[in-house]
Ligand binder design. Sequence first.
Ligand SMILES: NC(=O)c1ccc[n+]([C@@H]2O[C@H](COP(=O)([O-])OP(=O)(O)OC[C@H]3O[C@@H](n4cnc5c(N)ncnc54)[C@H](O)[C@@H]3O)[C@@H](O)[C@H]2O)c1
Length: 364
Amino acid sequence: MAEKFRVGIIASGRIARMHGGGWRGCDRTEIVAIADSHPEALATYASEFDVNNQYLDYREMMEKEKLDIVSVCSWNPQHAEMTIAAATYKPKAILCEKPMACSLGEAEAMMIVCERNGVKFAVGHQRRFYSSWREARRLIQDGAIGEPRRLWSAVRAGMMNTGTHCIDFQRFALGDAQAEWVMGSVERKTDHYLFGHRIEDRCCGLIGYPNNVEGVIENELPTEGGLYQLGATIYGSDGMMEIHDNSLKYMISGKAGWQVFEPTEDNRSGYGDAFTDQANAICDWIEGKIDNYPGQAEHGKAALEIMMAVYESARLHERVSLPLQTRANPLDVAVETGVIPVERPGAWDERSFLVRGEAMSWTK
Ligand SMILES: NC(=O)c1ccc[n+]([C@@H]2O[C@H](COP(=O)([O-])OP(=O)(O)OC[C@H]3O[C@@H](n4cnc5c(N)ncnc54)[C@H](O)[C@@H]3O)[C@@H](O)[C@H]2O)c1
């Protein structure tokens, strides 16, 4: 049996456990090292996943371990710094969690460094591996609901949180369509953060895809009991479909009632085992068995660009054309220049319940 790919994980929190399950479920990978700046988090993870080599400093892990694959599992503002630092050690692949970065400039820098160091770069939109998402894409490509016309996704707790999965799904369902324009609106009266970066209290974005297909991404708009989904409702000229997490149902004109798709995978990871599929696909990509890895960084960047365009449209009060020219995070710019002022001062973070101490300070 060939030697296994040596995997190192940066940050040992909740999503690192999903990555851990994925790498463990793949027979071509072995988790050889874990890094976390919080000693207790580090020790707990190491014992849970039986990892011998523990590091408080992820750069030291990169220096000493000669890793083939690196998982970047820390908070959003650290994705760029950690990915760029890891890439300079030339692992075969990096899997960075979503959202890919906090600005388009960061995302571009991450991709450039990976390319120049010959590193395959994946972003953790693992839901692309759900059988229901793949089936939805196939049905649309086969014309089952006619011409797709409108896609609608409603999320909670920040567009940059689950919204990135939903936007990624809209693009995925449309065959990885590149959006052409975005019209956005943002409400931010409180000093609101997510994983240590600014987000909106509420927002809504209309996304223009090719062929006059339009998508909606909205965050925190419905009142109690309203519809939220991790996917989208898609309306076509001859039918419709609803995708929520790993479930899919669809209705086709002329046929009675909903048809329900049964997901084909088991649920070992709690995510339809998408993390194991993700791990296997990354190995296939490294080994040259596939060229077109479904979660490549370019798709992470495309989802991020749409979210940044929602903010930029709200800042400039205009329909923003893509590709987006603004490399900074437009929400930061809007807040710092007084275009969207904080009216109820006092920073708070959607994920403050995860803060374990001084090692992870999120206040600015
Ligand atoms: N793909 C998904 O479905 C999904 C789901 C949940 C979270 N996420 C993403 O995963 C990321 C992490 O979220 P989480 O919920 O696991 O957070 P978490 O707070 O549970 O874990 C973060 C860990 O990072 C560690 N850390 C902080 N600074 C560090 C440093 N400098 N070096 C090493 N470790 C450091 C912390 O000590 C903590 O253990 C976020 O970007 C989030 O968006 C993705």
